[in-house]
Design a protein around this ligand. Structure first.
Ligand SMILES: NC(=O)c1ccc[n+]([C@@H]2O[C@H](COP(=O)([O-])OP(=O)(O)OC[C@H]3O[C@@H](n4cnc5c(N)ncnc54)[C@H](O)[C@@H]3O)[C@@H](O)[C@H]2O)c1
Length: 222
């Protein structure tokens, strides 16, 4: 059994369902204790039970990733209840489909706030602790729409392009602090388990940072 993350603590936003759940379960199988941060309390509880059944400690917190104070509470809870913070996965995200001429300012702000600002705030909250311990792994989930534009998804693409640029810049900023920051853009031909395995690879690699890997069956080249 792969126990490469034994004794480590991973915080996963958007970990209640979908890809975040897949990442949570994969990291738990590899030995990590897990904090799930999400808006969906019932789904969070169900995923937490699955993590517990794998023999790992688990904690949940209702978090809105657009709020800085909730990220601080999330990191504080990981430290208090699970005793550390080794890995942060920013996976919470939202999508909506609108042509630009019908896109409301409200829809733009919502998608940018959750996807782009939520990722920034998560990284910022984790950095203080990771810098102090001179070690950390941050993994941001983007999209192939963060590598190429897609019609009717301009606002979503803008938010995910922002995540790609932010990730690359932050990786360079903190490279000498022992913190790696990596990105998983992805497209259609992926499963939550694929994404979990990519996150596990990033979580266990010391000398890889600032990179993005497309888990998309070869759809995207760059
Ligand atoms: N599914 C895909 O094919 C696909 C493709 C490209 C990118 N993505 C990205 O992968 C990530 C996960 O997508 P998914 O398909 O699993 O979606 P999903 O809707 O199944 O899961 C997203 C999770 O994020 C949570 N969330 C949303 N807003 C939140 C907020 N403000 N605060 C806290 N939690 C919040 C939701 O409650 C949900 O549990 C997203 O960032 C998405 O943009 C998904």
């Amino acid at each position: 059994m792969d126990e490469s993350l034994k004794g480590q603590v991973a915080v996963i936003t958007g970990g209640a369902r979908g890809i975040g759940r897949g990442i949570a379960l994969t990291l738990a199988k590899a030995g990590a204790d897990i904090l799930i941060a999400d808006l969906l309390e019932d789904a969070m509880r169900e995923t937490a039970e699955e993590v517990r059944a794998l023999g790992r400690r688990v904690s949940t917190l209702k978090v809105d990733v657009t709020k800085a104070e909730m990220h601080r509470a999330m990191i504080g809870q990981a430290l208090d209840q699970l005793g550390g913070l080794d890995i942060l996965v920013n996976c919470a995200g939202v999508i909506s489909i609108h042509p630009v001429d019908a896109l409301s300012e409200r829809d733009w702000d919502f998608v940018m706030d959750v996807n782009a600002k939520g990722t920034f705030l998560g990284c910022q909250a984790a950095l203080e602790h990771m810098k102090a311990q001179r070690k950390g792994r941050i993994i941001n989930v983007a999209s192939i729409a963060g590598k190429e534009g897609f019609p009717n998804l301009a606002h979503y693409s803008a938010s995910k392009f922002a995540v790609v640029g932010f990730t690359n810049a932050l990786a360079k900023e903190v490279a000498r602090d022992g913190i790696t920051v990596k990105l998983i853009p992805q497209g259609r031909a992926q499963t939550p388990e694929d994404m979990g395995r990519m996150a596990l690879f990033f979580a266990t690699m010391d000398n890889v940072t600032g990179q993005s890997v497309n888990v998309d069956g070869g759809f995207t080249f760059h």
